[in-house]
Write a protein of this length. Structure first.
Length: 311
């Protein structure tokens, strides 16, 4: 299957970057190269972009899409949490802008054998990096009932998390849960029918939760934001698109902390902690998709763009 991914909030992100023609940019979630393509169009012969992705299919697709830009583009197979060290290997200390488009890609959802979708029956996989040994099957079959409950409650924000975990443990006691179809059927049995009719697909939240846990998505995001802000040149911008309330909360909190890191008590007349602001939040409220985008790209429904500018 051809790697196809509709870039969400594409032009809003590109505008938000304030691209300098001679600048150095990083796309930390390269995907099919949609955002990177638009950045490259705005770069001079002196400008460049580094694309990072852990998905081999994305690397191949983006390589083909961006090949006409030649040496402007460097593609690295890695997780964006290693951005600082990967850039250092390329001799890059500072950059003028960074993009993150979080979550799962259209391609990953639409490729049944990747096991991300609850709409197709396939092996329980959900790895964004297929070099990783652990899969969704391991979580479903090996996590304790309490850990399954925690994952589904915290990352899926599903009010039936306890019952879903209980049903999963009961089902795997009879036979291993191997496929997305099996898991979807178990989840259906755990949620009252009256809620299924008005709350969308019953498996959506649990699949999201297992994917986030498996790929350490929130942990990676939380641990990477300060480093990415440090990588920016003065005036450089970090643009992040989130699709989940927990992701958005992490980004919002990190931006606030970097804008105002002072830890002094509010009643202190002057700051004595010595912590200096790293920059400013450009988007006091997140940028949301336009009505037009919502019509042609269903993935954009929950998208939010937040932007931080380095001092």
């Amino acid at each position: 299957m051809e790697f196809e991914h509709k870039s969400v909030l594409l032009y809003e992100t590109i505008d938000g970057l304030h691209i300098k023609p001679d600048g150095i940019y990083v796309d930390g979630t390269l995907g099919g190269g949609g955002h990177s393509y638009e950045v490259c169009k705005r770069l001079s012969t002196k400008g460049s972009i580094v694309g990072i992705d852990q998905d081999a299919a994305a690397i191949e697709a983006a390589g083909n899409r961006l090949k006409d830009f030649g040496e402007k583009v460097t593609i690295v197979r890695s997780n964006y949490c290693d951005m600082k060290s990967r850039l250092r290997e390329l001799g890059i200390d500072k950059v003028d802008g960074i993009i993150l488009d979080l979550g799962v890609s259209s391609y990953q959802l639409d490729t049944a054998e990747r096991g991300f979708s609850y709409r197709e029956d396939a092996p329980l996989d959900m790895r964004m990096d297929t070099r990783q040994k652990m899969t969704a099957r391991d979580i479903v079959n090996d996590y304790s009932e309490m850990d399954l409950y925690r994952v589904i409650r915290d990352y899926g924000e599903d009010k039936f998390a306890k019952n879903i975990a209980k049903h999963i443990v009961a089902a795997r006691g009879k036979e291993p849960i191997e496929t997305t179809g099996q898991l979807t059927d178990i989840i259906r049995q755990a949620i009252p029918m009256k809620y299924q009719k008005k709350s969308g697909h019953p498996a959506k939240r649990t699949f999201q939760a297992i994917r986030i846990e498996l790929n350490r998505e929130l942990e990676v995001l939380r641990d990477s934001l300060d480093d990415m802000i440090e990588l920016l040149n003065p005036g450089g911008r970090l643009c992040i698109i989130t699709f989940h309330s927990l992701e958005d909360r992490i980004v919002k909190s990190a931006f606030k902390k970097n804008e105002n890191p002072c830890t002094c008590p509010p009643d202190f007349p002057v700051c004595v902690c010595g912590k200096v602001s790293k920059g400013s939040i450009v988007t006091r409220k997140p940028i949301l998709p336009s009505e037009e985008e919502l019509e042609y790209n269903s993935r954009s429904k929950s998208a939010k763009l937040r932007i931080f500018e380095r001092r």
